[in-house]
Design a protein around this ligand. Sequence first.
Ligand SMILES: *Cc1c(COP(=O)(O)O)cnc(C)c1O
Length: 457
Amino acid sequence: MSEKKIPYKIYLTEDEMPKQWYNMRADMKNKPAPLLNPGTGKPLTAEELSPIFCEELVKQELDDTTAFVEIPEEIREFYKMYRPSPLVRAYCLEEKLQTPAKIYYKFEGNNTSGSHKLNSAIAQAYYAKKQGLKGVTTETGAGQWGTALSMACSYFDLDCKVYMVKVSYEQKPFRREVMRTYGASVVPSPSETTEVGKKILAEHPGTTGSLGCAISEAVEVATKNPGYRYVLGSVLNQVLLHQSVIGLETKTALDKYGIKPDIIIGCAGGGSNLGGLIAPFMGEKLRGEADYRIIAVEPASCPSFTRGTFAYDFCDTGMICPLAKMYTLGSGFIPSPNHAGGLRFHGMSTILSQLYHDKMMEAVSVEQTSVFEAAEQFARVEGILPAPESSHAIRAAIDEALKCKETGEEKTIVFGLTGTGYFDMVAYEKYHDGLMTDEIPTDAQLKESFAKLPKIG
Ligand SMILES: *Cc1c(COP(=O)(O)O)cnc(C)c1O
């Protein structure tokens, strides 16, 4: 075979890094449904969104037609500190699995926050600074987003208030301290510091919290404090736009060696890393230029795509945020407290939801014990300790590679390795001690949750 020997790591030069983000919506025939004002049931306007979000980010959120958006110079300079991220050929994993498949992963864990979230955090902090704001508020689940945002805010000298899901705040004190190192204030959610937090605590005493609750609190604080706006680390169109840097780099790296992937796999919480990774590939697919199998991987204990319903729903538990049309488990859905693998959000990006609805991509759900099994297998041969979230993608990539072993097909698989798992060792410990179980919501539980969906048109 004359195949050019592919290096273990394909890096790009600084000149090859993307200068524009790519907006998949521009190539979608069926655009994602607009966000609705929960009060009026009408699509939200820029004026209505600007008390919550920065002006420039509102523009990006509502822009369904501009395909390429210039990445400001200041953001490109910051990206250069930790990007381009490597595209790694998983030779060692292939060898271990004895598969004819060719496996690649795009590794986003090479920065202190340990995940891809910094790609959007720095963009959002930049636009907040440019608008002359004092600070931003946000929620964080496992803590990666809060950490990324704290880093971005300290770089641009902005105040940062983080509402952290209580169960994570308690299980992950180290993340909290990283955030404080970067100057953020961190409050466990639900808290007594907001009206919505007090209400949720009164209704559900002893709750371990959810992303939905924390979002409600952070939005309340942003809208009540002059000079503050709310920022969100996933789900939104603007976040997928910023994360397209992952896919654009991946595509350039693959093109350098003439590699065409057959299967592209990413874990899906709110959909930002997956949306970013697949962006240029989905663009080709939407324009009819190429075809790829695209697979979203989600936890069986929080299965928005595979068992959710495609409907308008609130993005938060407190029901104060806009309504988004998405695959959802219902805004009141809280995964079992024993779920340790992240990806806990009840809904999904409206862009990915529309693409999934239009059968442009597939989804699978996996149980957490099998996710940690894959994580361990990967760590032992590839030398990276993966985040539990990322390990959902590893699970699916290994499963696809094992299918190739049976059929003898030499498929090329690319997956997103979104981050490292150093702060998730309590979850790894549970797995090692045999204390991890797979708790999957019953149909009856989901039915009860769907019954509470807002009634829209
Ligand atoms: C937040 C996070 C995810 C999931 O979020 P998406 O918006 O779905 O990408 C996945 N992996 C890691 C490491 C994360 O921090």
